[in-house]
Design a protein around this ligand. Sequence first.
Ligand code: HEC
Ligand code: HEC
Ligand code: HEC
Ligand code: HEC
Ligand code: HEC
Length: 217
Amino acid sequence: MPNIFTRSANRVPLQVILILLILATTAVAAVWYYYPPQYTRVGYMPKQPVLYSHKIHVDQLGLDCRYCHSYVDQSGHANIPDSQTCMNCHSQVRKDSPALAPIRESFESGKPVEWVRVHKLPDYVYFNHSVHVNRGISCVECHGQINEMTEVWHDKPLSMKFCLDCHRNADQYVRPLDKVYDLTWKPESREAFLKQAHERVVDWNINPPQSCSGCHR
Ligand code: HEC
Ligand code: HEC
Ligand code: HEC
Ligand code: HEC
Ligand code: HEC
């Protein structure tokens, strides 16, 4: 009997080490779980080569998103416009503004402006713009009030949970198709909107993927 006590007493330091190890692992796991990129990337606002303001061009001038992001409803990828698109106006409007010098240089040399990418999913995630915008999902759901931004920042997490929250409850988001590009649109009543959104989901046979292979192909 005394032997047993001695042996279990000898095991104490090992148990302490094990407990410490478990605590350390939990701490690492907690940091990994609670601070993955989706939380830190919200608010990301890199400095751009030209201070292009969506507030001026969308809110004040009333340009449609598709004037510049012309593939957004036609392909999986949304494009950034080339300097020709800007020069449609800026060959006349503010044509000598120093703020527009990089645009004029790019237009003359044919070298694209080096805009810094703001939104980027990891390569192992499949995403398609046209599928969303042609199903009544507005830009504002994933990019926030871009129309009010003088500089673009990352407004929504775009994490897996974020995508799934909508895929599981799409009938809370689907708009009439002519309101997708109108980021200021507010339905008259939330109740009526939910009822109509639900009808659209049924009528258009909307069923966003929830299985892993839907987004990880
Ligand atoms: C006159 C052209 C123009 C119009 C109109 C326009 N944009 Fe943009 N947009 C740009 C340019 C140029 C950039 C890249 C520079 C930047 O990020 O500020 C950009 C960047 C963006 C980005 C960030 C891209 C990234 O790097 O991740 C989003 C999102 C975006 N626009 C959404 C919209 C939405 C939504 C609308 C309509 C409400 C819109 N844009 C209208 C020119 C335009
Ligand atoms: C439909 C016409 C139109 C297009 C297309 C357009 N702009 Fe503009 N932009 C304007 C107008 C008008 C103003 C001036 C607003 C004012 O005077 O307050 C302006 C102002 C600006 C300014 C501020 C200039 C200054 O001197 O402070 C910048 C920078 C700018 N635009 C960048 C761009 C870029 C980059 C693009 C292409 C992605 C673009 N614009 C496309 C009409 C346009
Ligand atoms: C369902 C969510 C969602 C909606 C709705 C959405 N976007 Fe995006 N957008 C994204 C994601 C996610 C990315 C990053 C894509 C990637 O990394 O492949 C992105 C990237 C972009 C980019 C950068 C593309 C590049 O290659 O630099 C632009 C521009 C853009 N979106 C514009 C728009 C516009 C304009 C609309 C509305 C007409 C819109 N988006 C609607 C999720 C969305
Ligand atoms: C606000 C709602 C909403 C958000 C947010 C959203 N989706 Fe979707 N998604 C939809 C709807 C609606 C459809 C269309 C389903 C249909 O037509 O059956 C869809 C379809 C898809 C499809 C199927 C495309 C195809 O070609 O079959 C993929 C993949 C997808 N979404 C990925 C994503 C990813 C990745 C994100 C996050 C970055 C995301 N979605 C965020 C609503 C959303
Ligand atoms: C609606 C689209 C969608 C579906 C469905 C989906 N994922 Fe994801 N998943 C994403 C996105 C977006 C990311 C990138 C998250 C980020 O970068 O923050 C991601 C990231 C991941 C990661 C990387 C770790 C992490 O959390 O960032 C793993 C692992 C993963 N997904 C596994 C799965 C499994 C397993 C399933 C099925 C049960 C699944 N996903 C279903 C969109 C989806």
